[in-house]
Design a binder for this molecule. Structure first.
Ligand code: PHE
Length: 347
């Protein structure tokens, strides 16, 4: 077989192989085999030294032609195979952008936290400071300094979890007021504070009682503070919380730490006063206790009661939340049932 014939056979066979191959690695294999240094074309070119001067250029250019043709065909096939491989990959890795996304569970602040922050914001706006104290307290601050000496019968109003004879978990946030009063420097101005937080009482849990609940107590002490200031402040608070039309009324009551003491009602935010299930047909909702700070309480905190006077009040965020959202069982706030808690997401 002449070299030309050899080359022609090689060309036909290789073109057939290129045609048949359908995989990039295999194609590359053909390239190496046919065009590589040890391949048949190189071999032919090497054998040219044995040819006559006349034949040499012919065979040379024929070999080059064939090589160029094969290179071209291999490149073409390579492009085709690569495009096909890309299609397969795209198909396999395709993302359906119309699928709904995976929902990440997002938490929400507890409804009581929100109510308390709302009330705190109202008082901060009126120039009050927010003071947090200890949940574990001394009997001294929780009771004695609130005008409730050891054998005082009114201690029964607040059934207490004692840790020892002198230490308890607080039954109200009043000890925070006692601790703040004794430190306050009245030459720098009046005392205006609220104390939000958890409180604890030995109650049997039912729909309206929980051994743990919350309070926000307020205290203002200055010269010439009157019951009128108390009433105006609470009226503003109720209007901000329950609507601009709200009115309040004060009824006489008793607390050991205030004199006089009052129970405060707010006109019903649901029916406006005509009577409904929220206000039990009375038009009024019992909302908080308050009064003028007892002189004994001032004196025990080192404040001259002939110069200074003050008012105090105690709010129950749990009760406020129950009224506002129609929650009929206080225990819901403490069960951490996600279905209950999530209802207040948008609030
Ligand atoms: N400390 C009272 C309580 O828990 C609430 C209160 C505070 C009442 C201030 C009147 C004045 O019962």
């Amino acid at each position: 077989m002449s070299l030309q014939e050899k080359l022609e056979t090689l060309k036909v066979a290789t073109l057939a192989k290129i045609e048949a191959v359908n995989e990039l690695n295999a194609l590359n294999q053909i390239r190496v085999e046919v065009l590589g240094k040890k391949g048949p074309i190189t071999e032919v070119l090497r054998g040219m030294k044995d040819l006559s001067a006349e034949e040499r250029p012919k065979v040379g250019s024929f070999a080059n032609e064939i090589r160029d043709l094969l290179v071209e065909k291999i490149d073409e096939k390579k492009t085709t195979l690569e495009a096909a491989a890309l299609l397969v990959a795209l198909e396999k890795e395709s993302i359906d952008v119309t699928l709904p996304g995976k929902q990440m569970p997002v938490g929400t602040r507890h409804v009581l936290t929100k109510i308390m922050e709302e009330i705190e914001d109202i008082f901060i706006g009126m120039g009050y400071q927010v003071v947090e104290g200890f949940e574990v307290e001394k009997d001294h601050y929780n009771f004695e300094r609130m005008n409730l000496p050891k054998d005082h019968p009114a201690r029964d109003m607040q059934d207490t979890f004692y840790i020892s004879e002198e230490v308890l978990i607080r039954t109200h946030t009043s000890p925070v007021q006692a601790r703040t009063m004794e430190k306050h420097d009245f030459t720098k101005g009046p005392l205006r504070m609220i104390s939000p937080g958890k409180v604890f009482r030995r109650d049997t849990d039912d729909a309206t009682h929980s051994h743990q609940f919350h309070q926000i107590e307020g205290l203002v002490i200055d010269k010439n503070v009157t019951m009128g200031d108390l009433k105006g402040t609470l009226e503003k608070l109720m209007q901000k919380m329950f609507g601009a039309d709200r009115q309040i009324r004060l009824r006489p009551s008793y607390f050991p730490f205030t004199e006089p003491s009052v129970e405060v009602d707010v006109s019903c935010f649901k029916c406006g006063g005509s009577g409904c299930n929220v206000c039990k047909q009375t038009g009024w909702i019992e909302i908080l206790g308050a009064g003028m700070v007892h002189p004994n309480v001032l004196e025990m905190s080192g404040i001259d009661s002939s110069v200074y006077s003050g008012f105090a009040f105690g709010l129950g965020p749990d009760r406020i939340a129950m009224l506002r959202y129609g929650v009929n069982d206080i225990r819901n706030f403490y069960l951490n049932d996600i279905r209950f808690i999530h209802q207040f997401k948008g609030e």
